[in-house]
Design a protein around this ligand. Sequence first.
Ligand code: KIV
Ligand code: ZN
Length: 500
Amino acid sequence: MSDRLFIFDTTLRDGEQVPGCQLNTVEKIQVAKQLEILGVDVIEAGFPISSPGDFNSVIEISKAVTWPTICALTRAVQKDIDVAADALREAKHKRIHTGIGTSDPHIKYKFNSNREEIIERAVAAVKYAKRYVEDVEFYAEDAGRTENEYLARVVEAVVKAGATVVNIPDTTGYCLPQEYGEKIKYLMEHVDGLSAGKAILSTHCHNDLGMATANTMAGVLNGARQVEVTINGIGERAGNTSLEEVAMILKCHKGIGIDTNINTQKIYPTSRMVSSLMNMPVQPNKAIVGRNAFAHSSGIHQDGVLKNVQTYEIMNPKDVGIDDNAIVLTARSGRAALKHRLSVLGVEMDGERLDATYQEFLKLADKKKEVNDDDVLMLAGADRAAAHAVKLDYLQVTTGMGVKSVACIGLDIAGEKFEASASGNGPVDAAIKALKNIIKRQMVLKEFTIQAISKGSDDVGKVHMQVEYDGHVYYGFGANTDIVTASVEAYIDCINKFKK
Ligand code: KIV
Ligand code: ZN
């Protein structure tokens, strides 16, 4: 009989902490519903005390999903726990995730405390959270760099206090797989209550040295029965362990004898949805969900795969939801085909919203032969821009070899029309200078990334931008078949986010 591994998804908490990945409540609900379809056991929906937005999102996600446990993060502080319990009031299954740093650097520099006092605070927090919910998870922050003997004392104390899950985060992504595996093994062997099944251990690994998935698997092989993961591995700094990697490792290596509840065919649509809503591109060679993950380019590999896919493929792309036979959308595709494709990608649309998206789809399909999944998701997100106060009305740029680029731009600002022109060192420079002739603020372009075009010169180009204004950095995104327009749209996206 195989063992069950619980999947704790923290895309909406650790993942959403990444600068530029912030979602509004409606988008978070969309992701949460997709995570439910994917089959995750726990959704970490936010850190309610951190902002009214996070608080509200936890409430709304709690209402929107049924089966997964909804989890809210807190520090080991009573006020945090009160607010988290309040945010979870609508959840059908709820969990409070509380914790404190346990490594020497955390104890000394963060808390100016000592080991005994930290255990007391950990126990007090778990007991306090237990007044609100039965299911309490404790995290020992920086457990990766916490001495095992002391960590075992912390874990034993919080299990005694009522913790149902104890999270052993490798917060800094420092551990080697063997070291992390041995840590879990040590705890399994030395903590009363774990072997008796009073609580389970959870992994939470960061990818600073590229070892997050290896460390997670080492933890699982040594007894952890929950893994904390994110879609596409997004998360603080180099990210977290990616859900898709753990799920497919266990599916490919049946001999390990551990199952999850993940419907792996929903992996790809979920990955596309998260990437699109968070404007976070997936690296092309990313395991499982990258554009090249199943692309065989060398002649030898192609020859082998054509003879028999087993020569070079360890998993079937269909098992992760990549459907080669998916209907290709073109200018001749109807509204129903678009609705179906959106639904496969996890976006349900009807009525006026579908009509508006279909009109945009037709415009795009006129410009490019085939509309792919990225384009469809981009169109689905385009209606977010409709609510913006500043909108691009038109853009005309004259450019070429040996001449200065000149741009004329028209903006609609809260219903009022503005026009300006400028010349510059290239089409993007000219267009942004023209834009700045209307929006006269001290804005500095900090980062400008053009995402690789996947297929054909008619494809949609995607631009990610960071603009500094009034001491804050704002992240913007634009997508268009014209890369200069995409750049201006990304800049305007930043402007729309400025704090007034
Ligand atoms: O990485 C970490 O330690 C965390 C905790 C808050 C669980 O994200
Ligand atoms: Zn983390």
